[in-house]
Design a protein around this ligand. Structure first.
Ligand code: FES
Length: 446
């Protein structure tokens, strides 16, 4: 289907409901929280369809050019096989039930593998992949507006940015979408980084992995969890599945929200970012790049050191050495689909009973995601004991001046920050506590 004259900032939900009169897709919150607008995209990857549930309310319509609208969990588990209550629960995160409760939904999910497929209800994957192939390379099926630029190579992307430094950049749009639906902002021109093939990769090197700016949060966390299995629970607490499927790690980092959950983790792990731009030369032009530590990217509330013609292209995450203790704590009111009041990530190496290396990232404590340098200084070179921890707790509580808002008071945030460091210490002593992860069961949701 070809649509014409679709403005660059029109959402997929607006196109579905208002332009195409496909009213089965609903609008609830309009901000990626409730799941009423969920649709499933099918994208041809290596000759097969990959399915992703996404929130259509905050997804720009042009970004789905060349994809098919289908449905998800069943397709990703052929024949509905292998779906457990826990996996169904994880996939349901991001959908607020508005009628029957979650129990019958979960029961339906785990039993569907044993049911025959109704005649005519299957997806003809081969035909769909062929159809998607046939439109690839042709004129966009959402056309008539040259103001949505979605280059398919890094060079073309950097050149587009150099030509249009004023255009709104999107890389998944899970936050920029809210600027459209909630703040009623309009964008005359949009540059979408998600089709640049070089940036859709995760590359593994001896000492780090490099995550391209177009890699979805789902895929980025998959790569991080592969290296650090202990991050699995945290990865499931990052928003909900449809947001993780649309949003990108690069977008989250470049956006620089002080309550974005990936940055405290990446700061603690010692991640860096690679910024790129197209530089004019006598020969025509070349790619220029620079690399900096993630915490040095930010200059203030959602401001950063990037030039107008620069893009965040890669995030480099050191691989685990096996020596450091690594832990991340997220404090929020719900387990799933919630924003942190506080996020604290710690990486620490102890040798001979002394803190030999430490890096601490914190979210929800300042105008930017932050590194807790004063607290690190209180720990570094000190014996790893209760006195040191107490001194570091005091340093952490006084290092930041968080604000009070709907998620938590400033006092609560400061108190909890110190408590989390104490918890880290207690856990290292083998004392485990009841936590949200251990309560994450069907009963907790029902
Ligand atoms: Fe609630 Fe889109 S309308 S997530």
């Amino acid at each position: 289907m070809a649509l014409r004259n679709v403005p660059p900032d029109r959402t997929l939900l607006q196109v579905l409901r208002d332009d195409l009169s496909l009213k089965a897709t609903k609008e609830g919150c309009g901000e990626g929280d409730c799941g009423a607008c969920t649709v499933v995209l099918g994208e041809a990857v290596n000759g097969q369809l990959a399915y992703k549930a996404i929130n259509s309310c905050i997804r720009l319509a042009h970004s789905v050019n060349g994809m098919a609208g289908l449905f998800g969990m069943y397709q990703n588990n052929p024949g509905g096989q292998g779906i457990t209550r826990e996996s169904a629960q994880a996939d349901l995160a991001g959908n607020l039930c508005r009628c029957t409760g979650y129990r019958p939904i979960l029961e339906a999910a785990v039993t569907m593998g044993g049911l025959p497929l109704p005649a005519g209800c299957g997806v003809d994957e081969l035909a769909t992949v062929q159809a998607l192939k046939s439109i690839k390379g042709k004129a966009p099926s959402i056309a008539g507006d040259a103001n949505y630029l979605r280059p398919t190579s890094l060079h073309a992307l950097l050149q587009a940015r150099a030509r249009h430094p004023q255009a709104q950049l999107v890389a998944g749009c899970t936050d920029v979408g809210l600027w459209v639906t909630k703040h009623h902002r309009r964008f005359e021109q949009v540059i979408d980084v998600t089709a640049a093939r070089e940036l859709r990769r995760v590359e593994t090197y001896p000492h780090h992995i490099a995550i391209g700016a177009a890699v979805s949060l789902t895929q980025a966390f998959k790569a991080l969890v592969k290296e650090r299995p202990q991050l699995l629970h945290f990865s499931r607490r990052f928003a909900g599945l449809p947001v993780r499927n649309s949003g990108t790690l690069g977008g989250n980092v470049a956006n620089g929200s002080p309550i974005g959950d990936s940055m405290p983790l990446l700061i603690a792990l010692g991640a860096s970012v690679v910024l790129m731009r197209w530089k004019k030369t006598r020969q025509g032009g070349e790619v220029a790049h620079r690399e900096l530590r993630l915490e040095d990217l930010y200059t203030g509330y959602r401001t950063n050191v990037m030039r107008p013609d620069e893009l965040l292209a890669w995030i480099k995450v050191p691989r685990p050495t096996g020596q450091a203790l690594e832990k991340i704590y997220k404090i929020s009111k719900r387990f799933d689909d919630d924003i942190s009041a506080i996020c604290l990530a710690i990486q620490m190496t102890i040798k001979g009973g002394v803190v030999q290396q430490v890096s601490i990232g914190a979210g929800g404590v300042a105008a930017t995601p932050a590194r807790a340098r004063q607290t690190e200084a209180a720990l570094l070179g000190q014996p790893w004991n209760a006195d040191t921890v107490m001194a570091a707790q005091a340093a952490l509580r006084s290092e930041f001046q968080p604000i009070s808002d709907m998620r938590a008071s400033a006092h609560y945030r400061q108190t909890v920050l110190g408590n989390l460091l104490q918890r880290f210490w207690l856990e290292r002593q083998g004392k485990t506590t009841i936590n949200l992860e251990s309560l994450h069961s069907v009963e907790a949701l029902a």
